[in-house]
Design a protein around this ligand. Structure first.
Ligand SMILES: [Zn+2]
Length: 412
């Protein structure tokens, strides 16, 4: 591969979330899609393209572990899915992917779509280079009980849904296994199960539990046969604990996690992926009349509880990843969550680690993602100023590179 394009980046500051340190005056040599060398005073080979970021701070590309990029244009109500064809939903999702990448997120773990397998199509289009977007690891569909948090609810019982709008419905351990097998065959990268009710689902109670422990165990066991990890949506204390005991890799939302849940997560090494920013957007959209009344009612009580429990989880030393539920807030605004993570107990470095090294570990991709080290993908961003003194700086990312290719270089 000696003919691969060589790029040399001069980095004024280089954030190393693996070590939790910031280095200065570093050179990053990139060959093709991967990082070749990093260090001070590295010789730049003749013919290399030089990118001068010597007045900027360079960080690994950010990773959002909870996105929904493939549901089309953002809308407050899942019932809007019925006003669009599958093709419309797919094409409306194209700008979501671009906004995500251009805001500094080079990888996402996309955790479900109402129209099954649309996320797989989007992932593959990005990988082919047909669509601009982050590297996507996708769930394929929601694995959910009938009428559950991942189902399209709010319709009359005599309406028959097309296959792709109820693909992941399962109502026994064996039905769960069947859906997991189908998802593995159809190209999912991980499995999303819904262990409690949801905030943004009609007729749902976030304080409930949905899948039984047996069903959750079936999901984790069956997924493991295909080398896939499982993430569980859970708001209620029992839904959270059932999922952790079943062996999921992460609990999404973890809104009402109690002391026993925190202890179990620590014991099992379960990541908590808590979307503590999106409350702002739900309430803001609610004021504009864009959010159904039952969703606002679910949300009103839970937003602050989740933030206080996030603080407890940080203090308890839990494994924490960065996930925003992107799509609830506008695509491209995920980085606004960093300031909330700092407000609720993290240091700026911990918040950055949640979206880099921890996220890569949760994905099982630490050898390729999460830090700027030889052999890893050349996914990196640069910002003006020091994000460790002002975390808000990450909300405005002027330089984005993914796999050695520059996707954004704002005029400075
Ligand atoms: Zn979600």
């Amino acid at each position: 591969m000696s003919w691969a394009q060589v790029t040399a980046i001069r980095a004024g500051k280089l954030v190393d979330p693996e070590a939790g340190t910031v280095l200065s005056d570093q050179t990053i040599l990139i060959r093709g899609a991967r990082i070749d060398k990093v260090g001070k005073g590295i010789e730049i080979p003749a013919g290399a393209t030089v990118v001068d970021l010597s007045k900027m701070a360079v960080l690994p590309g950010l990773i959002d572990c909870h996105t929904h990029l493939a549901d089309g244009a953002r809308s407050g109500d899942p019932l809007n899915q019925f006003k669009k064809t599958g093709a419309q939903i797919a094409l409306e999702s194209v700008p979501n992917a671009r906004a995500m990448l251009e805001s500094g997120f080079t990888t996402v773990r996309d955790v479900g779509t109402y129209r099954a397998l649309g996320d797989i199509a989007l992932r593959d289009a990005i990988n082919r280079g047909d669509v601009v977007g982050p590297r996507m690891y996708v769930a394929g569909a929601y694995v959910t009980i009938a009428g559950g948090a991942g189902a399209l609810t709010g319709l009359a019982p005599d309406i028959n849904l097309p296959w792709d709008l109820h693909y992941g419905e399962a109502n026994s351990p064996w039905e769960v296994r069947k859906v997991v097998r189908q998802l593995a065959h159809d190209g999912a990268d991980h499995i999303k199960v819904l262990s409690s009710g949801a905030v943004l689902t009609h007729g749902s109670n976030p304080k409930s539990q949905e899948f039984t422990p047996e069903e959750l165990q079936a999901a984790v066991d069956e997924a493991s046969h295909f080398g896939l990890r499982v993430e569980a949506h859970a708001h209620s204390p029992e839904g959270i604990k059932n999922a952790i005991r079943a062996g999921v890799a992460s609990v999404e939302h973890a809104t009402m996690i109690d002391d026993e849940g925190l202890a179990l997560a620590k014991q099992h090494g379960t990541y908590l992926d808590m979307d503590i920013y999106d409350e702002e957007c739900i309430q803001e959209d609610g004021k504009k009349g864009n959010v159904p009344a039952d969703f606002l009612e679910h949300d009103a009580q839970l937003g602050q509880i989740q933030r206080e429990n996030f603080r407890k989880a940080v203090a308890a030393g839990e494994k924490m990843s960065f996930g925003t539920d992107a799509g609830v807030c506008a695509y491209g605004t995920s980085a606004k969550q960093f300031a909330f993570m700092v407000k609720y107990g993290m240091t700026p470095m911990q918040a950055i680690q949640a979206a880099t090294v921890n996220a890569a570990d949760l994905l099982g991709r630490s050898s390729e993602l999460g830090s700027i080290k030889p052999g890893k993908f050349a996914d990196l961003i640069a910002v003006q100023g020091d994000p460790l003194t002002d975390i808000h700086i990450l909300e405005n990312v002027p330089f984005v590179m993914k796999e050695g290719k520059v996707y954004k270089q704002a005029q400075r």
